[in-house]
Design a protein around this ligand. Structure first.
Ligand SMILES: Nc1ncnc2c1ncn2[C@@H]1O[C@H](COP(=O)(O)OP(=O)(O)OP(=O)(O)O)[C@@H](O)[C@H]1O
Ligand SMILES: [Mg+2]
Length: 290
């Protein structure tokens, strides 16, 4: 990947006066082999918002996410969490920002699922009984309570992902970053995770950053969608704006959600100019009915 794109620099100010919880100030990361992971990346997360990162394979979504909880350090630029430079709060930043890895195997290590999910709270000094109850509750939330006694190694890909999500939920961080949380999940669990993401924000004020290839899911749950291309954000805004921005999608080699595709084809077939910007099924049905 070559850093030949200029990013749209986000000011770091949030609408409605919400706090900026994370601010990535024109950060770049070059891997030891010379590959550019992110380039001049400017990105912010506001309190209580759901942000989707939408980008092609290798565009830099995971690299950005690993900068948000201090796992990676930028080669240039800075990352601020709760107003403080990440470099200064490296040892505690993970308490504020939880990261569910793209590959659950990178996260799971304990002999049983329950031990794995309990590990974080116990490490924070919580008593064993309390940690066990918190872990069981987190497993329940993701629909994986039945896996508590199993060995993480023997779980299916989707089961591992659910346990990895529970392992971050149990820590109750202010920001949860989920790297492709619904990859390899069946329809039931996908819906459960979508509902959970919305509930975490609506009922608990958690901010969420979701990297995904599922544009329809991003359209359903995100307040803001960021298109990541060649290590930078080239467009960002509400789903209704971004998923109708043909130029940005084309430039990044991305498809719009199916709903958008169907609406545009419907308008084309009817010979009418698209007058609305539906991005969810119910918006589509309403738009067609009018
Ligand atoms: N450890 C590493 N060493 C060298 N290059 C790396 C390393 N990790 C990632 N990269 C490269 O950095 C770029 C960004 O990778 P990243 O994993 O952030 O992309 P992504 O958007 O998450 O992709 P995907 O959708 O496939 O998960 C890619 O070109 C990738 O090959
Ligand atoms: Mg990735």
């Amino acid at each position: 990947m070559s850093p030949d794109e200029t990013s749209v620099c986000i000011s770091g100010r949030c609408k409605n006066g919400q706090d900026v919880i994370i601010h990535v100030d024109c950060a770049s990361h070059v891997y030891p082999d010379g590959t550019v992971g992110i380039h001049d990346m400017c990105f912010s997360v506001c309190r209580g918002e759901i942000v989707a990162l939408y980008g092609a394979n290798g565009s830099g979504k995971s690299t950005l996410m690993e900068h948000l909880n201090g796992l990676m350090t930028p080669s240039a630029g800075s990352v601020y969490v709760m107003g403080k430079p990440c470099s200064e709060i490296k040892k505690t930043v993970w308490r504020h920002v939880g990261l569910v890895f793209q590959r659950p195997d990178d996260q799971l290590f304990a002999p049983t699922v329950l031990d794995d999910v309990m590990f974080g709270p116990v490490n924070l000094g919580m008593g064993k009984e309390e940690a066990r109850a918190a872990a069981q509750e987190a497993l329940e939330l993701v629909g994986a309570a039945g896996l508590a006694g199993k060995t993480p190694n023997y779980l299916s890909g989707g089961e591992k992902r659910l346990v990895a999500i529970a392992g971050v939920l149990v820590m109750k961080p202010a920001v949860i970053c989920m790297d492709e949380p619904t990859a390899d999940l069946d329809g039931f669990h996908r819906l459960r995770i979508e509902e959970l993401i919305l509930r975490l924000r609506n009922a608990h004020g958690v901010s969420l950053v979701i990297a995904t290839h599922d544009a329809d899911m991003a359209a359903r749950i995100a307040d803001r969608v960021c298109i990541v291309h060649r290590g930078s954000i080239i467009a960002e805004g509400p789903p209704g704006d971004i998923f109708y921005d043909r130029d940005a999608l084309l430039r990044a080699g991305l498809s719009p959600p199916e709903v958008v595709d169907i609406y545009l084809k419907y308008c084309d077939r009817k010979g009418v100019v698209p007058a609305e910007r539906p991005v969810t099924t119910s918006q589509l049905l309403n738009a067609i009915a009018r």
